[in-house]
Design a protein around this ligand. Structure first.
Ligand code: BEZ
Ligand code: FE
Length: 287
């Protein structure tokens, strides 16, 4: 390996690993090394630039905690998370979108028709729809696991020190025999991704803002079906065309309509909504 040079070093590094031939790990590692080396050759990376990049990664590690994963945020603002979501969306199924950092896997189980707002200020909105398979059959017993920001763009989990309950504005709800789900909640507002760390610096360096279009988060599940992690956005809302984490897809934008007469809604609801949003989910079979 003594006569290694800037062109042969890539093969030398690849063959220094003794990985299982034909394995996925070998493929991922070797392809990564090739792309990384090609990048460095293409841009003629200087020592200063190389060190700045490494220090940036170091800073991302320094600011990270179990609650704040700066590398996920980096992946989000670089569109990497969106790309992984896109290439893993199954044909015919609802498109995937960001999980984000605020998911809790032990959200309270609530009944169909429940009000998640629990007295919070803001526009009361009915969210309803049907969960189906890719052949159009309803999926009774499918569950939605939902979480969201409030009407000022804050997740209750972010304000626990101010007395908020981290389990507020989230729920697991099971669809009825017709695959229908429905509940009321408060209309969420846009908010910024955390920009007080190295990723924020990157956004500022690139003249980018940190705003996300207002959204509702979902994980939709049914036994035997591939679960989906996604988000629902609202037509004509701010930041649909420049969401900081590239989470918006045309197919995930729902219409927000006023509810003029309570009698127009034929669902047993805990609270009378001011507006409604209809969104159907489609799950593809597992495998
Ligand atoms: C969110 O949607 O909750 C989120 C996504 C990426 C970064 C920060 C928050
Ligand atoms: Fe979010």
């Amino acid at each position: 390996m003594r006569d290694v040079n800037q062109f042969t070093v890539t093969e030398a590094v690849k063959s220094s690993f003794d990985t299982e031939d034909g394995s996925r790990f070998q493929f991922l590692l070797e392809t990564f090394i090739e792309h990384l080396h090609d990048y460095v050759r293409e841009v003629n990376l200087t020592h200063d630039e190389w060190m700045r990049m490494l220090n940036f990664l170091y800073d991302c590690g320094q600011i990270s905690t179990p609650e704040r994963h700066e590398y996920i945020l980096l992946s989000d603002v670089l569109g990497l998370s969106a790309l992984v979501d896109m290439i893993n969306t199954r044909g015919g199924a609802t498109e995937g979108s960001n999980l984000g950092p605020f998911y809790l896997d032990d959200a309270p189980v609530k009944e169909l028709g429940a009000d998640l707002a629990e007295g919070r200020e803001g526009v009361s909105v009915l969210v309803e729809g049907v969960i189906r398979d890719t052949l159009g059959n309803p999926l009774p017993g499918a569950t939605i696991d939902t979480w969201q920001a409030d009407s000022s763009g804050t997740y209750p989990i972010q304000e626990q020190e101010q007395g908020q309950d981290k389990y507020d504005l989230r729920a697991k709800i099971t669809a009825d025999e017709q695959g229908r789900y429905y509940y009321t909640t408060v209309l969420p507002k846009p908010y910024t991704v955390p920009y007080d760390g190295p990723v924020g610096e990157l956004l500022r360096a690139g003249n980018r803002h940190a705003w996300r279009a207002a959204h509702l988060h979902y994980i939709v599940r049914h036994p035997g079906m591939r679960s989906i992690t996604t988000e629902v956005f609202f037509e004509n809302a701010e930041y649909l065309d420049n969401d900081a984490v590239f989470g918006v897809r045309k197919s995930l934008i729902a219409k927000l309509e006023p509810v003029k007469k309570a009698s127009a809604i034929d669902l047993p609801l805990e609270r009378r909504p001011d507006a409604k949003v209809h969104f159907d989910f489609t799950l593809a079979p597992e495998g």
